[in-house]
Design a protein around this ligand. Structure first.
Ligand code: HEM
Length: 410
């Protein structure tokens, strides 16, 4: 395709609302699968981009930047709100580029391979206790009874938080997904309250650790601050809140979708027999039902893409849900295929400068959970409607009733 001289005219593109359950369940039913599969569309936030190679290229491009505090101000977030404090001080993804580049290396230090390995027995222990409760109940809602508690329980313990404190913030941390909702205005009061509650808890925790250090993420951050790493008090407190918020919803949804895929494909027992296929199961679930199905980005410079010219300031939406089902990259794209040859789908955790810093922890959580679940349960089936809120930049099953039997050896 030859590059035009004019910038892309969003108004001339087909209009498509991708914030629907029908789109997320089967993007190709709307985009097509042939050579004329839709490349760009006018979505509710900007120009949506669907092909895998283009989405991947955009993730790698330094001119493609995350939303920022000014973007949220335009959506109605007050300057003096808890939401704005979180965006500026504690969300390294959405803060200013200067804050991002200074805070990211400090936070990354907390996710050492040794710490992730050390967390695995703790993850299995939480998983086993949740399964015990499901068995005692006789049935379960997989998200409400398992993945909700597993993901917040693990990130909390990983940071150094007493498990007994989790009920103090577990309903607030799950609200992070609301930040991507359009329109945002109706949920601003709820978000403000939730972010404020998480920050208040984090501030109390910092004060406690200042008195008595432990071998944990929070103590490391305090040491970094006192060692001159230029972390302000607000950044210290909000960074801890930010880790709780970033680590809850995402894994909660992705683990739910991984279990959904294993049930729907009939591959539950394969994983029991071949745990070496767990990474492939996680990857396939991210390709088919990504917990981050779209990323809204702002262009910090003009760029050319797929034969079109985009202008600095344009909003582009990297549609991961569509990219994962691109037939040009993945033959038989809607099949959950444990034996899919490499190269694998590799953008579910982002790519480039804002690559997910919790990736190793998230993979450990999902991997250990699938291992324990398939070891202990069999004949796992869906036992009701899967409830998905298809809006925002983070989504997945909020409710997923299942039935199961206990494996005889257990
Ligand atoms: C399956 C679970 C997860 C998924 C699907 C996921 C997905 C993502 C994606 C797509 C991005 C890139 C955003 C962008 O390009 O702008 C990202 C960034 C990020 N993730 Fe995750 N994530 C998961 C779990 C976690 C966990 C457990 C944490 C831990 C605390 C975490 C912390 C972060 C942070 C702090 C960033 C921002 C990085 C930056 O902007 O430099 N994530 N994640």
């Amino acid at each position: 395709m030859s590059v035009q001289n004019a910038y892309i005219d969003a108004a001339s593109l087909p209009q498509l609302n991708t914030h629907t359950r029908a789109f997320l369940d089967d993007p190709n039913s709307l985009l097509g699968t042939g050579r004329d599969r839709v490349t760009f569309a006018r979505g509710i936030q900007g120009v949506e981009v669907f092909p895998y190679e283009l989405v991947r290229a955009l993730f790698r491009d330094r001119r493609v930047t995350p939303r920022n505090p000014a973007y949220f101000e335009k959506l109605g977030v007050p300057k003096d709100s808890q939401i704005m404090a979180y965006l500026v001080e504690g969300n390294i993804n959405l803060t200013t580029p200067e804050n991002h580049d200074r805070l990211r290396p400090i936070l990354v230090k907390g996710f050492t391979p040794r710490r992730i390995d050390a967390a695995k027995p703790m993850i299995r222990d939480i998983a086993n206790k949740l399964i015990d409760r499901m068995i005692a109940k006789g049935s379960a809602d997989f998200v409400r009874d398992f993945s909700h508690h597993l993901s917040i329980g693990v990130i909390a313990r990983f940071l150094g938080i007493d498990p007994e404190d989790v009920p103090l913030f577990e309903n607030a941390t799950v609200d992070q997904r609301l930040l991507g909702q359009i329109p945002l205005a109706p949920v601003i009061p709820q978000l403000d309250k939730s972010f404020g509650a998480v920050a208040e808890y984090s501030a109390r925790l910092v004060a406690k650790r200042r008195e008595k250090r432990a071998n944990d993420f929070i103590s490391d951050l305090i040491d970094a601050q006192e060692g001159g790493d230029k972390l302000t008090e607000a950044q210290l407190v909000w960074s801890i809140a930010g880790m709780l918020l970033a680590g809850h919803d995402t894994t909660r949804y992705q683990l739910g979708s991984a279990v959904r895929c294993l049930i729907e494909s009939g591959e539950w027992d394969t994983i029991r027999a071949r745990p070496d296929l767990i990474p492939s199961a996680v990857n396939e679930s991210m390709r088919l039902y990504p917990a981050v199905p779209r990323q809204v980005k702002i262009l910090a410079g003009d760029l050319e893409l797929g034969g079109e010219k985009f202008r600095e300031g344009d909003i582009v939406v990297l549609n991961l849900a569509a990219a994962g089902r691109d037939p040009a990259a993945f033959p038989d794209p809607s099949k959950f295929d444990l034996y899919r040859p490499e190269p694998w789908y590799d953008i579910g955790f982002g790519y480039g400068a804002h690559y997910c810093i919790g990736i190793a922890l998230a993979k450990a959580e999902m991997g250990e959970s699938l291992s324990v679940l398939t070891e202990r349960l069999q004949n796992v089936r869906l036992a009701g409607e899967i409830d998905v809120k298809p809006v925002g930049v983070i989504c997945g099953p909020d409710s997923m009733p299942i039935s199961f039997e206990v494996r005889p050896s257990h």
